[in-house]
Design a binder for this molecule. Structure first.
Ligand SMILES: [Zn+2]
Length: 101
């Protein structure tokens, strides 16, 4: 929404949407899937070593990047046409990028 107005702007086509216009709010949430980042060892020494390696790697990575590696969230206001287009092919841009390699 534009500050101080009742007008939204479609994040897809930049069309202005009044408060009374049909508008879709899309929230995309990406969460890192759990994985076996700590290998199962026979004793505590293996786990301790794995934790130390993990901490060492984290110290060399900026905080913002660490957060983005585990969680990302985006919000979009979309007009009906962009909403339909988005849900007809939410992974289209990734597929096109991969096909152009
Ligand atoms: Zn649009």
């Amino acid at each position: 929404m534009r500050a101080g107005t009742d007008i939204y702007v479609c994040d897809g086509c930049l069309k202005e949407l009044r408060k009374s216009d049909l508008r879709y709010c899309v929230r995309i949430e990406g969460v890192c899937a759990p994985q076996d980042c700590i290998k199962q060892g026979n004793g505590r020494a293996d786990i301790k070593e794995e934790i130390n390696i993990l901490i060492k790697n984290m110290k060399n990575t900026p905080e913002r990047e660490l957060v983005n590696q585990v969680y990302s969230e985006r919000y979009y206001d979309l007009c009906p046409q962009c909403y339909k287009s988005f849900f007809d092919g939410p992974l289209r841009s990734i597929h096109e990028k991969n096909n152009n390699r």
